[in-house]
Design a protein around this ligand. Sequence first.
Ligand code: FBP
Length: 284
Amino acid sequence: ANLARILMEGKLGGTGRMVILPVDQGFEHGPARSFAPNPAAYDPHYHFELAIEAGLNAYAAPLGMIEAGAATFAGSIPTILKVNSSNSLSTTKDQAVTGSVSDALRLGCSAIGFTIYPSSEYQFEMMEELRELAEEAKAAGLAVVVWSYPRGPMLDKAGETAFDICAYAAHMAALLGAHIIKVKPPTDALSLDAAKKVYVERKIDGSDLAKRISHVVQSCFNGRRLVVFSGGEAKGADALLDEVRAIHAGGGNGSIVGRNAFQRPKEEALKLLASMIEVYKSKP
Ligand code: FBP
């Protein structure tokens, strides 16, 4: 029922496509890097309002952000409690558990959100933490959303988004029991050493983004799990919409876009989100 709430909410409700607003960048990158481009975004209420006005499917954030808006916005939009977080003052590729299933239930959330870093030195601990939290969340009827971001000593920056590595990371999230899997848009970079361990020979056609997206979707149980793609650093509206068209054409279930939404002035962000929704409503 909670997964259905997310899928049925907002302007894309019932289409199987989703646009979600994630705002954990204050934790991950720091407040100034995240919110200075649009200072209204320092206010947690701003993000609830943005997601609601844009008609999005859900809003995802760490405990403090959800708590700060709960009294005003509870029940107005499905929320995803991000229950682990990293920060930019750390040198390790790890995440601290920063929220619980009982927090999610107290705040009326529809899902928990959890990040794993496949390939990091701490990946197994993160996967084990997820296993426990996901079991508890599912027992309480909450959906599980997994951010699967490969990073660690085996991967250079390009390798972190290489489509074979991205598909592998997405597949592991599916195997860990995620209902919704969030990855970065896959690139055609070669992650040499890592790729050798993943594919004997690279036979998959990743020559354009839609093909790479469809390989990631195929890796998530051939479309039996929902896969959404993040937006990354702020970029031009045309570039973002091109990416969204490719996600849609490749069979992806939507976008989970933070900085490209809240770092723009609100009217501009609403216009961009409306255009993204139009793409997802159109015939792929
Ligand atoms: P953006 O759309 O702003 O890229 O948000 C997606 C996201 O996954 C956030 O939830 C998270 O804070 C951020 O990207 C993490 O990115 P990275 O780990 O690469 O710094």
